[in-house]
Design a protein around this ligand. Structure first.
Ligand SMILES: [Zn+2]
Length: 422
């Protein structure tokens, strides 16, 4: 039972965080790893790192894919190194989303937009420029402070039932609530959505984006699994969840961001007609196995095969005398490296554009994070791209490295090599 997780005390009596029914054993076990955002200062390299089990289970009753073990959120979000504004593609996505929302919901100077997990104000800044009133809610103190410095009104707290009265008093009810990449992070998701419903005007809409579990399965994106991501949603799961919390799905769109996301539109029941594509996607999900436990079990086996393939590729390159490094220091990279047990014996370092990460070490693998210029300066033969979802952007920025003979490895959906002119 090396992979079944039954040996771990207490897991058998885990209950689904959505519907409360008993959870089956995990379909994928990524081992016990440090938190994916627990970047280390070099002086702490010799100290023991705290690790937590990382395994995913599927609830056949409400279709929610979720972590089998959970870490308390305040362990994870007190200080957070992910500043949204450091990724160009993320900013472009936010700007486009704002334009679409303003047009679709007819927002103007009288409208109010509330963003949950507003980060450094990367998205709300575009609403502000269009004269729309905004409030951000952001639990990470350092990031909320940066947003406030940038002129984005921000409450520093977790969004949930206890935040509702302060939001209503300070801001009123919202025409639009946006929550990008937050729904997956909140273990008490029933309370969270009920609180969102409580902050909405009667005709208001709540729009959430999150990585789509179908993409995770179809493209082997197992590295989007980490302790901060409690849930991996299908529309089938969100539809049940919304109904439970007094909301309904009235539209859904697929978005290319983060390796493939869903954007769902929620409202109080019956306020607008439901788009036909909601029913279409629910039917497709049933047809494709997203509501079938066996489908998830075969995914677990597929991930184990990918791990063997990537490690063997890197080992062969290294043993043939190549120097290897990594590019990027995203949380997902830590899942990938730690699950595959790839560390400094294979990769020399990684580089990242965020000055907040430079000088730190990746959790678990302890690769040092250097500025991007070091890639051309130190010129490893191969660099493993950890944020593979923006591989195109990275290649464009690193033409000098490629022209000098450097090559990139994209690990997912299956390991492949990119070189200049290829
Ligand atoms: Zn359930």
């Amino acid at each position: 039972m090396r992979n079944g997780g039954r040996l771990r005390a207490g897991r058998d009596d885990r209950l689904c965080l959505g519907c409360g029914s008993s959870l089956p054993p995990p379909f994928l076990d990524l081992g016990s790893t440090p938190l994916a955002n627990a970047y280390l200062r070099p002086e702490r390299a010799k100290l023991p790192e705290e690790t937590f089990p990382l395994a995913v289970a599927y609830c056949a009753n409400c279709h929610l894919v979720q972590l089998a073990d959970r870490v308390l959120p305040d362990r994870m979000f007190g200080e957070y190194l992910y500043f949204s504004s450091y990724s160009d593609s993320f900013l472009n996505h936010a700007c486009r989303m704002v334009n679409e929302m303003i047009q679709r919901f007819g927002l103007d100077g009288t409208s109010r937009v509330l963003e949950i997990a507003s980060n450094d104000g990367y998205l709300l800044q575009y609403f502000l420029r269009r004269g729309v009133r905004v409030l951000g809610v952001e639990p990470a103190r350092n990031i909320a402070a940066e947003a406030t410095r940038n002129g984005i009104p921000t409450l520093t707290c977790f969004f949930g039932p206890e935040a509702v009265s302060e939001i209503q008093a300070r801001f009123g009810f919202a025409d639009l609530i946006i929550g990008n990449n937050v729904l997956a992070h909140v273990p008490t998701v029933n309370d969270f959505l009920s609180a969102a419903a409580a902050c909405l005007k009667p005709d208001g809409a709540a729009v959430f984006e999150f990585p789509y579990v179908k993409e995770l399965l179809d493209k082997s994106e197992f590295d989007t699994i980490y302790h901060e991501h409690v849930f991996y949603y299908s529309l089938s799961a969100v539809e049940i969840l919304a109904r439970r919390t007094g909301l309904e799905v009235f539209d859904v769109e697929r978005q290319p961001i983060h390796g493939g996301s869903l954007r769902v539109f929620l409202q109080r029941p019956g306020r607008r007609p439901s788009a036909v594509r909601v029913e279409t996607m629910l039917r497709q999900e049933r047809d494709e196995g997203l509501t079938d436990a066996e489908h998830f079990v075969s995914f677990g086996l597929q991930v184990e095969a990918l791990k063997r393939q990537l490690v063997s590729m890197l080992q062969q390159l290294k043993f043939s005398g190549n120097r290897l490094a990594a590019y990027g220091a995203p949380a997902k990279g830590n899942t990938l490296l730690n699950y595959c047990c790839i560390g400094s014996e294979l990769l020399e370092f990684t580089v990242d554009r965020s000055p907040h990460k430079q000088g730190m070490l990746l959790p678990g693998s302890h690769l040092p994070i250097l500025p991007p210029e070091e890639l051309t300066a130190r010129r490893p033969d191969y660099a493993l791209i950890l944020p593979w979802n923006i591989a195109g952007e990275i290649v464009d920025q690193q033409l000098e490295y490629l022209r000098a003979g450097g090559r990139f490895i994209v690990p997912i959906p299956e390991p492949r090599i990119l070189e200049h002119g290829a």
